[in-house]
Design a protein around this ligand. Sequence first.
Ligand code: HGY
Ligand code: MN
Ligand code: MN
Length: 423
Amino acid sequence: MSGLDIDRLGRRAEAMLEELAAISEEPDRLTRRYLTPEHKRAAHLVAQWMAEAGMTTAEDALGTIRGHYPMAGETPGANAVPRLLIGSHIDTVINAGKYDGMLGVVCGILAVEHFRDAERRMPFAVDVLAFGDEEGVRFPTVLSSSAALAGTFDPAWLDGKDRDGVTLDAAMRDYGLDPAAIPAAAMSRDEALAYVEIHIEQGPVLEHGDKPLGVVTSIAGQFRTRVTVSGMAGHAGTVPMPLRQDALLAAAEMTLAAEQIAKAHPEAAMVATVGQISVKPGAINVIPDRVEFVLDLRAASDAPRHAALQSFTARAEALAAARGCSVAFETYHDCPTAGCAPWLQDGLGRSIENLGLAAPRLVSGAGHDGQAMAGLTDFAMMFVRCNGGISHNPLEFSTVADMGAAVAALIRFIEDFTPPARS
Ligand code: HGY
Ligand code: MN
Ligand code: MN
């Protein structure tokens, strides 16, 4: 198919993912949140693989591990080296699968290893990036480590707290990082030729079309809005139902309203999710007086997504008032739809077709570091088929053959990569 040993590449990827999957905060499931000791162990393992593959490695101010494969003729310490960026993330959700994020880092390492083994260097350097805060599961930030590399990190994020009240600033220092060095983490536009990410599709389209690989056209925009509902605590046994100001019942009606709004817009590929909720005071026999949840609202384009959030907040205020409750909203993440550069889409498409495979185009409903990297350079993504489209779930699975094909296609892409002439 390509003169490359697809099976060997796929088996290497599978073995590396198994090793990473064993590094978890929890004994019986995979959870690896940003700046935890487990993140550090995974980062060290990835840095070791990068070094073994012929790269120099560095850790930036956000903990991103940056592997650097020099360009032809590059002298150590050279400035303004043009580089193709390849990366993904090594943080996970709670009870995660072992492919989401990690596959893209492993593919980048295996592709560079191929060129090192062939003693071949390109007219550009290749950086492999292992970001640590893509999921945004620990702090109220999302894509913060790729944003820092892109130069768009917001210092206000440093005050965000995790569920234990630890700020991002304190967690960085505890991890051995220096928040004052964040500005220096930004890469100059001159150096970044493009950013390319390989990722499992996390959806059913490729499997449904019996296609191992695909090329992403755009990444859906998303809101993360914290909703705080306040009511009145009371005795579960003595307050008659009509007299209650039950914050949980109001919140429950709001989550159903979000579902109705999303279902009303199939043309916008709109989805609404509430995956995290807290109920206070949290006693069995006390009517809840404070409920906090985060609404994750996404759509394939931005106008309907913004309109939907407005509809939701109006609906939520009416539902709260009807129960004598109040409601407050804080949108802490508003990530616009990001388009993948057509020239990079074409390059990825050709590299897949070079393997004798079709290269279908598809939209990503999932968010990715590419949305942050779009602030620095053109970006594109290659999707890899995953079993049943399942993700954010330990049942996540991608075959050796499909992962091997992804590495082979990436190798072909790098071989044929011709950066556009700079004006
Ligand atoms: O939520 C997402 O879309 C991604 O998995 N962070
Ligand atoms: Mn991901
Ligand atoms: Mn994810």
